[in-house]
Design a protein around this ligand. Structure first.
Ligand code: DX5
Ligand code: ZN
Length: 233
């Protein structure tokens, strides 16, 4: 039922908006101001910020200083994807730096329910991400509180990896679990391009995070509109 060409099309109700978030990890950091300006003008709905600590994932990216600098230049919201151990220690700093959404990993937190409440009480949106080996059942008792569920479609840590088709079933199941609720975005992150997004959308994803696909080349507007088309095809 969820295999690529046989994927059961889940009706994305009109209420649920399809969204695109550009993962800045794939941008040229030597010309960051220009990159932020161009991506703000590209039609993308938000900027996705990958924070990696070399502990939860085997790579180090950037911290609050860069988030603050991006906030000053961006005209679209910032979503901060914390791929770090003990995220509860750092959420205040990332909120102060200008994050409009904080996404943390279920695998990195014992008291997820508590951390969701904490972030929401700060007036910031909250998402939970799960890695490819984590089953969707971990979300069963908390999904109703979330603004976003982020399904990793690669093993987190690096941009430019190959999309894992094994996650299509998980996307489908999460869409069923959340009853396609219009207030919970179902995001996919890793190896997203028009072809892989099409499969994810058929299984219920309404939020595409893309890094290398958007930032390779110079016409970001075109790339974003190609991704947008994949939601409908
Ligand atoms: C992976 C990151 C992704 C990554 C996506 O650990 O969470 O957001 O930047 O990059 P692409 O689209 O290049 O796979
Ligand atoms: Zn990410």
């Amino acid at each position: 039922m969820v295999k690529n060409d046989q994927a059961q099309s889940i009706s994305n109700s009109n209420m649920k908006k399809n969204k695109i978030s550009a993962s800045i990890l794939a941008a040229n950091f030597a010309i960051l101001r220009e990159e932020i300006k161009n991506i703000s003008d590209s039609g993308a709905d938000s900027i996705h910020l990958d924070i990696m600590d070399g502990h939860f994932v085997p790579n180090i990216s950037f911290g609050t200083g860069i988030v603050k600098a991006i906030k000053k230049e961006s005209r679209i919201p910032l979503k901060t994807h914390l791929m770090i151990s003990n995220p509860e220690k750092y959420v205040d700093e990332f909120i102060k730096a200008g994050s409009d959404t904080i996404i943390f990993h279920q695998e990195a937190v014992i008291h997820c329910d508590r951390l969701i409440d904490y972030i929401k009480n700060k007036g910031v949106k909250v998402g939970i991400s799960i890695i490819p080996s984590t089953p969707e059942s971990v979300l069963q008792y908390i999904h109703k509180k979330l603004d976003e569920i982020l399904i990793m479609t690669v093993n987190p840590g690096f941009g430019g990896q190959k999309f894992l088709s094994s996650q299509l079933k998980k996307i489908h199941n999460i869409n069923l679990m959340t009853n396609n609720a219009s207030n919970i975005d179902i995001g996919v992150d890793g190896g997203i391009n028009p072809e892989t997004l099409k499969k994810c959308a058929k299984n219920g994803a309404n939020l595409a995070i893309a890094g290398n696909y958007i930032f390779a080349g110079s016409n970001y507007k075109l790339k974003v509109s190609e991704l947008r088309k994949s939601f409908k095809s």
